[in-house]
Design a protein around this ligand. Structure first.
Ligand code: ATP
Ligand code: ZN
Length: 477
């Protein structure tokens, strides 16, 4: 099997993937600021890391996936003021929308830490930075990270020129340097606040991710994700804070960033007003199509929204459903044969070669569009060859492969489970076979075996009634 390789934004190279602890992958992804409905740009981040996690799990790793919820922030406070609502209510409303969206997209996150539930840890972390001389308290009571104390600043984003570091201009008058950034924001009237040793206030944005990732994943972990829009300043700042506080290098082994969902040549963004909310997209195209659409482009590339590209994803999804139904039908009807001819062997080899290329694509910097192209070849093989040569072994192998593909795609779950009706039919068929064999046993006067079958089935509520040579049966409800 292919070794997994992944692109690391920090080194700008595709690297061999080796987690800090063998077999255990710790992954942190920057989640949403819950001040508005999620749009289809956010959905890409959710789906890409979920699919990556599923692939790593398929390759035998245990993955712990943490995604934070930013439930206190300038954007939430502003929204609360605009709408004259409590900031907690705003956060609650859009957290619900976020969690519902994940459910629809079939994204499973292991832990969802919220900032407001980690204020104590945030204060302790800031205190460490102050004690170690990396942070200073301004006269207002705000606390800033002193960027000049961390020599590696700018490496992640490739901004080696300090001129390009300037941020949080509104605090410029009290910062030592224009590029220092807030760890703690002093309280202003009308704003939520918590008590801290240097005065009441609330956490800055970047500190939460350093704190919550280390709280759940330890002081060093494997994958840190989020959109490319977060590389500067957010991830640059997170890295500076964490490496300064822990003295561990590297804090994160692989920085993995997803490209932006674009509207034409612009990033899809609330502030530009060019968004499509996820909940509308679900109604229009369905979550499965959307999930596949995200995977049609390489995760590092921008993904430009067009109706045509979504329609293509929809067609692909319909074909996947159709191939699933075909395989299920064949698996019910296929005959088990003990012999295999050369033609069968060739098809079996083709199936296994497809499987191998599926893994080759995904293990090489998680190339999902290539994996989808390989699955497309698989579908053609089922429709053009296996359908007309439904040997049990070929059908079963195809079924197994489809399940394996879906482990990553995550769009066929409802088609791959047997429905209650299908299970009923299966059970009826199995009982009929047992009853038939029992009739033969009775004909051969092997009454002890026949009686044992009747009493064993009886224990499971299946009652056999003999009348002469014939046997009828019923299920005790
Ligand atoms: N257009 C987009 N395409 C892909 N990912 C995006 C897009 N916009 C935001 N993200 C990602 O979604 C996650 C949550 O982002 P966050 O809540 O900070 O978004 P935001 O910046 O508030 O959105 P907006 O720019 O629309 O206001 C982050 O990982 C971010 O990188
Ligand atoms: Zn973050």
């Amino acid at each position: 099997m292919y070794g997994i390789k992944i692109y690391n934004t920090l080194t700008r190279k595709i690297e061999e993937f080796k987690p800090v602890s063998p077999g255990f992958v710790k992954m942190y992804v920057c989640g949403p600021t819950v001040y508005d409905y999620n749009h289809i740009g956010h959905g890409r981040v959710y789906v890409v890391y979920d699919a990556l996690k599923r692939y790593l799990a398929l390759r035998g790793y245990h993955v712990l996936h943490v995604m934070n919820i930013t439930d206190i922030d300038d954007k939430i406070i502003n929204r609360a003021h605009q709408e004259k609502r409590d900031w907690r209510e705003i956060a609650e409303t859009y957290t619900r929308d976020y969690l519902e969206s994940l459910g629809k997209l079939n994204v499973k996150v292991d832990l969802h830490p919220r900032v407001t539930e980690h204020i104590k840890e945030i204060i302790e972390f800031i205190q460490i930075l102050i004690d170690k001389g990396y942070a200073y308290v301004a006269p207002s009571g705000s606390v800033y990270f002193e960027v000049d104390k961390y020599p590696e600043y700018g490496e992640l984003s490739g901004r080696t020129n300090k001129e390009l570091w300037s941020q949080e201009k509104e605090f410029i008058s009290e910062k030592k340097k224009p590029y220092d950034f807030a760890l703690w924001k002093a309280w202003k009237p009308g704003e939520p606040h918590w008590d801290a040793p240097w005065g009441k206030g609330r956490p800055g944005w970047h500190i939460e991710c350093s704190v919550m990732s280390s709280r759940y994943l330890g002081r060093q972990f494997d994958i840190h994700g989020g959109g490319t829009d977060l590389i500067f300043p957010h991830h640059e700042n997170e890295r500076a804070q964490s490496e300064a506080a822990f003295g561990v290098k590297p804090w994160v082994k692989y920085w993995v960033h997803t490209g932006m969902v674009m509207m034409g040549s612009e990033k899809m963004s609330k502030s530009l007003g060019n968004i499509i909310p996820l909940r509308e997209a679900f109604k229009e195209w369905g979550p499965e199509t959307l999930r596949l659409w995200y995977l049609t482009s390489h995760y590092r590339r921008p993904l430009v929204f067009t109706e045509e590209s979504i329609r293509q994803a929809q067609k692909y999804y319909e074909r996947l459903v159709s191939v699933t139904n075909t395989i299920k039908k064949l698996s019910r009807e296929a005959v088990s044969l003990h012999r295999m001819n050369d033609e069968d062997l060739k098809i079996l080899e083709k199936l296994l070669e497809i499987r191998s290329r599926f893994h080759e694509a995904l293990s090489n910097d998680f190339n999902t569009p290539q994996a989808l192209a390989v699955i497309s070849e698989f579908m053609t093989l089922v429709f053009k060859e296996i359908q007309y040569n439904p040997k049990y072994m070929l059908v079963l192998t195809a079924y197994k492969l489809l399940r394996e593909f879906n482990t990553v795609l995550g769009v066929l779950d409802k088609y791959l489970v047997e429905t209650p009706e299908e299970l009923e039919t299966l059970l009826d068929n199995v009982i009929n076979i047992v009853v038939d064999i029992r009739r033969e046993l009775r004909e051969r006067k092997l009454y002890d075996l026949a009686d044992r079958i009747r009493s064993e089935l009886g224990k499971h509520g299946i009652i056999l009634m003999d009348r002469g040579k014939e046997t009828t049966w019923m299920r005790r409800k």
